[in-house]
Design a protein around this ligand. Structure first.
Ligand code: PMV
Length: 313
């Protein structure tokens, strides 16, 4: 039996603009994980994928070529040099809430790739995991930038530009975030489609917003490198303003962001596709508990406190 895992993720800066070739910064959220377990099954029984959270069972031999998990499994088997369908039962589990901007789909796929390669006794490089998971992201999202698969595959903070290898991002001093789930599912594809239609209708305005976001992301990279967190919070607020201008915020997200700021967060913004999903707030030893309490009081379904940099990624 072989078990492998993959972490969740959050986008710190630059979501949406990253789809249009601008840089973005993302970090792993190691407290929530997806798990894939491979066990040998009876001879001739073939390969069965069982997704425990959704109850879905997929037989590899009959799965559609467009099934995201079956596709990743086929690609991983090919990477492992396994050309005949193995007699395996693969169980997938995830603690990562779905459609909330924490990368649940990419994490399940990454855990699956790692488990297949590990069960075959082979190494799975972050580059390979990222490349294979990207293929399932294409099915889930249409035109993913590739940031989710990159950060989950490297399990380190990353600087990401579409079409280029992800760079791991130096973190001068670990910092802390409260991640609050609005409880409103937010399929990434819908919010990406929304921005695309708006951009097509008025490219000049949207390009100007993406340009401003690019400056913010560069500033954030310097602040993170130098551990200057008095600067990082206002940069989160500035990014949030531009996400609002893109039309991907919502009254519920704004309420959570205001609650976090009011309780002493250094800055706050939505994270990921927006319109639902999560917000992130910069906290320190003093503000973490009050911010967490304020977020819950403002209606957050749950709050995760996470560290960026240091031994936690
Ligand atoms: O909703 P999430 O966290 O999967 O993030 C999507 C990030 C976008 O920039 C909106 C889309 C993308 O493909 O990068």
């Amino acid at each position: 039996m072989t078990t492998s895992t993959a972490s969740g993720k959050i986008i710190l800066f630059g979501e949406h603009a990253v789809v249009y070739g601008r840089p973005a910064i993302a970090a792993p959220v190691t407290q929530v994980r997806a798990t894939a377990t491979v066990t040998e099954a009876a001879r001739g029984s073939g390969c069965l994928l069982a997704a425990q959270d959704t109850g879905e069972e997929v037989r590899l031999s009959t799965a559609s070529p467009a099934h995201p998990l079956a596709l990743v499994l086929r690609l991983a088997l090919a990477e492992a040099g396994i050309n005949r369908e193995p007699d395996w039962r693969i169980v997938l589990r995830s603690e990562i809430p779905m459609a909330s901007g924490l990368g649940s789909g990419a994490a399940v796929s990454a855990a699956l790739v790692r488990a297949v390669l590990a069960h075959a006794g082979q190494p799975a490089s972050p580059e390979m995991v990222s490349r294979l998971v990207y293929r399932s992201e294409e099915i889930y999202h249409g035109t993913p930038s590739g940031i989710d698969n990159a950060v989950i595959a490297y399990e380190r903070p990353v600087w990401f530009v579409k079409g280029r290898p992800a760079e791991t991002l130096p973190v001068g001093r670990p910092f802390h975030l409260a991640i609050a789930d609005s409880g409103i599912p937010s399929p990434t594809k819908e919010s990406v489609d929304h921005v695309r239609r708006a951009w097509q209708a008025d490219p000049a305005t949207y390009e100007a917003i993406f340009h401003r976001i690019t400056d913010i992301v560069h500033g954030a990279r310097r602040a993170i490198r130098d551990g200057r967190y008095a600067v990082l919070g206002p940069l989160m607020d500035a990014n949030q303003q531009r996400l609002q201008a893109l039309g991907v915020s919502s009254p519920v997200l704004e309420r959570l962001i205001e609650a976090a700021r009011g309780a002493g967060a250094g800055g706050a913004k939505l994270s990921g596709g927006g319109r639902g999903g999560n917000i992130i707030a910069l906290v320190d030893g003093e503000s973490a508990q009050p911010v967490q309490a304020a977020l819950l009081a403002a209606g957050a379904k749950r709050v995760i406190l996470t560290q960026v940099g240091g031994e936690h990624g």
